[in-house]
Ligand binder design. Structure first.
Ligand SMILES: NC(=O)c1ccc[n+]([C@@H]2O[C@H](COP(=O)([O-])OP(=O)(O)OC[C@H]3O[C@@H](n4cnc5c(N)ncnc54)[C@H](OP(=O)(O)O)[C@@H]3O)[C@@H](O)[C@H]2O)c1
Length: 236
């Protein structure tokens, strides 16, 4: 049995389960509705979070290009813990080192990036220079169980907010690694056929037919947003 953080997924959706808020335009009420995500994140109160590479570059690093520092020696593929004692952490799965970092801080949280071994030495050298922590979680692909195990062992993370996007959520769901699911149902419909939904799993990788949930709480919060909280029972 691995020692891993409790994983609480939080997502904000349209009534049809779509998650791409940037497609919903800039109407004043839509903006207000979208603010409910941060409010509920604060209310749940667990500050460390994990997102996929796409969410990080779209919503946080704003497509910054990877930075490299030339080095003439090989850097061993060992985990680099720049700060174990931060109050909270911002974790991202970026196996192919596509993200650009200029600071080890993201909105007050210490950055931990999850890489795979083929990344360049010069990328690692830059992360070390600016104090971004990194962990390896697989040779060529990312093993999420290893990620969680290392987040607890190396950084003492006991609870982790899983906050999208659909592909990362789907990977966690597929591996049976989500303990609690919180959905903020906004009073709006999307209706796009191709738009990402909360959990995206490629059919060839799917390990189960469905995941059963148990409803724990239903709350109506500001602006007719419904906050659903489920315990994850397991896969069938
Ligand atoms: N409504 C909400 O509450 C909410 C919350 C968060 C995000 N979002 C939105 O969701 C959208 C992004 O969602 P998305 O599904 O396209 O992307 P995503 O899940 O954020 O990121 C997907 C990428 O993360 C990496 N990744 C994810 N799972 C992995 C795994 N198991 N192993 C290895 N790498 C993995 C891969 O990066 P590589 O391709 O580099 O390998 C993959 O392409 C954004 O528009 C964002 O704004 C909405």
């Amino acid at each position: 049995m691995i020692k891993r953080p409790r994983v609480i997924c939080l997502m904000m959706t349209s009534v049809d389960g779509k998650i791409l808020g940037e497609k919903w335009g800039d109407d004043k009420l839509v903006k207000i509705l979208k603010e409910s995500f941060e409010k509920v994140h604060e209310l749940i109160g667990n500050k460390s979070w994990i997102v996929g590479r796409t969410t990080m570059e779209k919503d946080f690093t704003h497509y910054a290009k990877p930075v490299h520092k030339e080095v003439d020696q090989v850097i061993r593929r060992e985990d680099f813990v720049a700060n174990r004692h931060a109050d909270s952490f911002a974790v991202v799965i970026d196996g192919h080192a596509k993200l650009g970092w200029n600071s080890s801080d993201m909105l007050g949280q210490h950055v931990i990036t999850v890489l795979t071994e083929p990344v360049k030495d010069s990328y690692l050298a830059h992360l070390q220079e600016i104090g971004v922590s990194y962990i390896f979680a697989g040779k060529d692909s990312v093993d999420l169980k290893v990620v969680l195990e290392k987040l607890t062992a190396l950084f003492g993370i006991e609870t982790l907010m899983l906050e999208g996007g659909g592909h990362l959520n789907g990977s966690f769901l597929n591996e049976g690694l989500i303990d609690e699911y919180n959905q903020l149902l906004l009073p709006l419909a999307d209706g796009r056929m191709e738009t990402t939904s909360v959990f995206e799993i490629e059919e060839k990788n799917r390990k189960f037919d469905a995941t059963l949930l148990q409803l724990q709480e239903v709350k109506q919060i500001e602006h007719e947003v419904v906050w659903l909280r489920y315990k994850v029972l397991g896969q069938v």
